[in-house]
Design a protein around this ligand. Structure first.
Ligand code: BJ8
Length: 419
């Protein structure tokens, strides 16, 4: 990494603490990623993106800000990228996957709370995340209680706009979500001083659709036996998608997919068990479950999570000549994401069964971040539908710490032997 000390200083970061964070990342990335054999060459870009995640990308954000652009941070795949693009702003995903931030998070939050929430609050209050420090505004959403209340704390540190996400999918909820998107457009216009016109919103829709399409292409390639890419590498691509410049990300992921297509032609069958992960998201640098599973005789070929299929499934229709029509299209696509914060959430069950078939799954691992109640409760429904079809399922509830790695490994070994 280059010398970014001045930039971090200007971002009012805690440099000493940030040094500690930065020194741990290369080691864990090296151990987990660079030890994999026969990786696609095009993954070099994503290695670089990760290595420069606090450096070159942040420098780009600062340059854009000097040219008048605004940066907004998001925490959930329900926040429509289309609107951020249409207002000519830059969006960055701020969900945090590091144990490093937990201690600071617990200074202001209860300990028995989801690690994702504790980590993002810890990242902000410790001033060790250059993405948080670069944001002009945060965009939250009323998904789970932990996040909702955490935004009240973050509000003390910086401006935040919270989108009121309905928790059901009735006609009135659909209407309400359209209203919320309109309010969000207004807020983005105020922030950027750019008008969201029909033309700009269409361009925003097109860009977000292209990004989703390339991720879909990547996932479709994983349906091959064997998958031409490890689950770890595919996860890294998804994680980088939340931070990177969208156009560059699309180009680099297309290149990766071209290379993977060649690999498929020369694929040598293996005996690895094909695993689906379903559950809560895995934000950078949370590679815990993937690294345990793929060190054994198994490959993860799909993630039914928000750092997986929920991020890219379904496109927004580009049809329409008015803002209202385009907003309706956006609302339709987004309310079709099946997060456990909705009741009922039967769409998720349908997706899981569909992916079992499409990706030729041998076994499913239910991944639940500790204290995430909605996903923990929904486990029973997933268990039932998979049991009915005789599909093996393992439930793993964990956080970001390393304490339970041995125990999880033992359970997954036993699971793989059984399936
Ligand atoms: S659409 S999964 S990104 S809310 S923070 S709900 S893990 S207790 S992240 Fe999420 Fe949007 Fe839904 Fe996806 Fe549970 Fe933790 Fe809450 Fe979480």
């Amino acid at each position: 990494m280059g010398d970014y000390k001045n930039m971090w200083e200007n971002l009012d970061m805690d440099l000493d603490k940030h040094d500690i964070l930065c020194s741990a990342l290369p080691e864990s990335f090296g151990e987990i990623y660079l030890t994999q054999k026969n990786r696609p060459e095009s993954m070099n870009y994503f290695n670089y993106a990760l290595a420069e995640v606090h450096g070159a990308r942040i420098e780009e954000l600062q340059k854009s800000k000097e040219n008048g652009k605004k940066v907004v941070g998001t925490f959930c795949v329900f926040v429509p990228d289309e609107v951020i693009f249409a207002a000519d702003a830059i969006g960055v995903g701020l969900c945090s996957g590091s144990q490093f931030w937990i201690e600071d998070g617990e200074k202001v939050l209860p300990r028995n709370l989801c690690p994702l929430v504790k980590a993002f609050v810890g990242a902000k209050i410790s001033r060790t995340c250059p993405y948080f420090q670069s944001c002009n505004m945060l965009v939250g959403e009323t998904t789970c209680d932990g996040k909702k209340k955490a935004y009240e704390i973050l509000q003390e540190y910086m401006p935040i706009h919270v989108m009121d996400l309905p928790q059901m999918k009735k006609e009135k909820d659909f209407e309400q979500w359209q209203q919320e998107i309109k309010i969000f457009i207004k807020r983005m216009e105020e922030l950027t001083q750019n008008k969201v016109t029909v033309k700009r919103l269409k361009e925003g829709i097109r860009l977000a659709n292209r990004k989703r399409a390339v991720l879909k292409r990547l996932y479709d390639l994983r349906k091959n036996i064997p998958s031409p890419i490890s689950g770890l590498d595919a996860l890294l691509v998804s994680q980088v998608a939340f931070m990177d410049d969208p156009d560059r990300f699309i180009t680099k992921t297309e290149q990766l997919c071209d290379e993977l297509e060649e690999r498929v032609k020369n694929g040598i069958p293996n005996t690895k068990k094909r695993i689906m992960i379903t559950g809560t998201p895995m934000a950078i640098p949370n590679w815990k479950l993937h690294s345990i599973v793929e060190a054994l005789d198994a490959e993860i070929v799909v993630e039914e999570t928000c750092t997986g299929t929920r991020y890219f499934e379904n496109q927004v229709s580009e049809e329409g000549n008015t803002l209202d029509e385009l907003i309706k299209n956006i609302a339709q696509r987004y309310l079709n994401i099946h997060c456990a914060c909705f009741t009922p959430n039967t769409g998720r069950m349908e997706d899981i069964l569909e992916y079992v078939k499409e990706y030729k799954i041998d076994g499913v691992i239910y991944y639940n971040l500790s204290f995430c109640h909605t996903y923990a409760i929904e486990y029973k429904q997933v268990e039932k539908i998979l049991k009915d079809k005789d599909i093996p399922l393992l439930n793993i509830e964990t956080d970001y710490s390393e304490e339970d790695i041995g125990q999880i490994k033992t359970r997954i070994e036993a699971f793989l032997e059984m399936i």
